[in-house]
Design a protein around this ligand. Sequence first.
Ligand SMILES: C[S@@+](CC[C@H](N)C(=O)[O-])C[C@H]1O[C@@H](n2cnc3c(N)ncnc32)[C@H](O)[C@@H]1O
Length: 277
Amino acid sequence: MSKENDIEDHYSHSSLLASIKKGLEIQGKSTINITLDDIAPIDEFHIGGRQASIDFFEQLNFDSSMNVLDLGCGLGGPARFVAQQFGCSVTGIDLTTDYIDAGNQLSEWTGLASKVKLTQGSVLDLPFQAGSFDAIYMMHVGMNIREKERLAKETFRVLKPRGVFGIYDVMRIGKGDMLYPVPWATTEKTSALEKPEEYQTYLSAAGFSSLSLRERGRFAQDFFEQMARKMDNVEGPPPLGLHLLMGSNAKEKASNVLSMITEGLLAPVELIALKAS
Ligand SMILES: C[S@@+](CC[C@H](N)C(=O)[O-])C[C@H]1O[C@@H](n2cnc3c(N)ncnc32)[C@H](O)[C@@H]1O
């Protein structure tokens, strides 16, 4: 199996849409009256969920004329949020076919299919022409990508001059041994965590100038503590949540990440870069 197959295998979930429908029904919703807020607990697959997207996108200066690319879009929650909130046209690309299929259906259900197009493919080989996008972002994807230099070059190629590239990834910020499983990998074979400085080196080699960097460790601790409380609720976990994507060992994955963040080994980090010309 190739590494990309292993990654897709890790994320694949063939009954995803059925699980989402069931979760919606429990909340008295159907596919004809759902809002982005209803599905945010499951379609924003990164630390901090919707709030993390709001905080991150605040720095990217989107406007309604923009054509935006979401690298590793997953189910497309962030892409739909950008389309609805800022009026942008958003293209998402992701390796995992189950996510793309379910995500395009969610865009139909939420009335955003004309603004959001999700497509299956690898961020290491983008099927787009040079200079196709005004802005590009990536949320919690680099942790699976060892070839970050190539990712930075591909991103630079498809971005227009003066476009921004925003990254929100879990990065290594201190020394220590990794614990597995984690939400993005079952073993070290498909995990590729790197330091913010290493990301900056690859970005700079591709031609980007660095604009800003922000560590979100404390914010992440609060998120995981809240998630643990919800999952330990006497009534059971909520009908829709990231536990549905993370599988039967979701609690162990969340607890491992929380321990490593608390020990100062990892943190989610936002990095914003500019293609100056
Ligand atoms: C933790 S999820 C994040 C999904 C989405 N960005 C979000 O925040 O909701 C990581 C995603 O990265 C995708 N991914 C990993 N490696 C990829 C690659 N080489 N090309 C495209 N997608 C990739 C996975 O399929 C998965 O959907």
